[in-house]
Write a protein that binds this ligand. Structure first.
Ligand SMILES: NC(=O)c1ccc[n+]([C@@H]2O[C@H](COP(=O)([O-])OP(=O)(O)OC[C@H]3O[C@@H](n4cnc5c(N)ncnc54)[C@H](OP(=O)(O)O)[C@@H]3O)[C@@H](O)[C@H]2O)c1
Length: 322
């Protein structure tokens, strides 16, 4: 199975490590290996031609991809058009307008390639990529976009069919939980934020995490999916403010038929939100016939999301259409 990687940041590097380490599991699952054909970042593209994936990771962590002999100054868009592959993995950073991610996904579909993405911003803009994928009969998998390593869409798709989801609530942003719980341990906000970036859990612009934008993106993806809406990130009620980051609160997102709300709420030492300490995440589905189903992780980061992306790549093999 031939895969092109667009974006080699926190998730991309962990994904290469996993593909390298999990070779026998991959063969067992899909009957062949995953061949990473090319890797692109903002500087250009490496055409791997069988090169060890560890060499690519080392180059990225050293002098950059351009230090590799097979580096070419071609953009991700050209790499998607010019090189043969089955799946494009789009893991560039989330942005205000979803670009360049949206262009990468559309270019992949144009070239009859399936897409796996962890990039939330491509799913909450003016372009309906899920609808486009259906119309074009192309595979688009996006499990890691909402709550990283937690199996949100697979749970909905395979375990909750009889249930009507009335609402969803939770702590969808691990960085805010991490920063606040570090402050609860006596650390300064500045040092906690620096640590969140070092761990690779934070968005490129941490205001996206702490001012509720990242959570609103996730809430909007859920709203579209659960209520069949065309909700846009601009419709979300984001009441969380960076200045409210303080000991004793958590950033809570609620999704119901009326829309998406993100706000900081005081926690009282009881209940699931009070257990969210460190890079933790919670998502609770409130349903008619399956009561409340809650997923919780005490650690969500780039490795967990990379594992989810790898799971999506493996699932893309067996399902052609979303
Ligand atoms: N980190 C997490 O735990 C997590 C969890 C779930 C979902 N996500 C989402 O997953 C995506 C990736 O996250 P991340 O943490 O890996 O991001 P990241 O560390 O910021 O890496 C982003 C990568 O995208 C590359 N890039 C940007 N524009 C590009 C372009 N035009 N062409 C080719 N490459 C381009 C960057 O290149 P350079 O290296 O040259 O700058 C960088 O390698 C984001 O959308 C994020 O919201 C992240």
């Amino acid at each position: 199975m031939r895969v092109q990687l667009i974006g080699l940041g926190s998730i991309g590097k962990n994904l290469l490590k996993l593909i390298n380490e999990k070779g026998s599991m991959i063969r067992q699952e899909i009957g062949e290996k995953i061949e990473v054909v090319s890797v692109s970042d903002t500087t250009g593209t490496v055409i791997t031609d069988g090169m060890p994936l560890t060499t690519i990771i080392q180059a990225k962590e050293g002098g950059g991809l351009r230090t590799l002999e097979s580096f070419e100054k071609i953009s991700a868009l050209s790499a998607i058009s010019d090189l043969e592959s089955d799946i494009v993995v789009e893991i560039t950073q989330s942005t205000k307008d979803g670009r360049p991610g949206i262009s990468h996904v559309l270019k992949a579909f144009e070239n009859e390639k399936g897409v796996v993405t962890a990039n939330k911003s491509v799913l909450v803009s003016d372009v309906d990529l899920i609808g486009t994928a259906r119309e074009m009969k192309m595979s688009l998998r996006y499990e890691a976009t909402v709550c990283g390593g937690l199996p949100v869409f697979n749970l909905m798709d395979y375990c909750m069919k009889p249930a009507k989801i009335v609402s969803v609530d939770g702590i969808f942003n691990a960085t805010s939980t991490f920063v606040i719980s570090q402050m609860e341990l006596g650390k300064t906000q500045m040092s906690a934020r620096a640590e969140a970036s070092r761990l690779g859990i934070a968005e490129k612009d941490q205001r996206d995490d702490l001012a509720g934008i990242d959570s609103a993106r996730k809430g909007t993806i859920l709203h579209r999916r659960i209520f069949g809406s065309d909700a846009n990130i601009k419709d979300a009620r984001i009441e969380a403010k960076e200045s409210e980051v303080a000991v004793g609160v958590r950033q809570v997102t609620e999704v119901n038929s009326a829309g998406v709300t993100v706000e900081y709420r005081k926690i009282d030492g009881k209940g699931i939100y009070s257990n969210a300490v460190g890079p933790a995440m919670v998502i609770r589905f409130n349903t008619d016939v399956m009561n409340h189903i809650t997923l919780f992780t005490d650690h969500d980061g780039p490795m967990e999301s990379a594992a989810t992306v790898l799971n999506d790549i493996l699932l893309s093999r067996s399902t052609k259409v979303t």
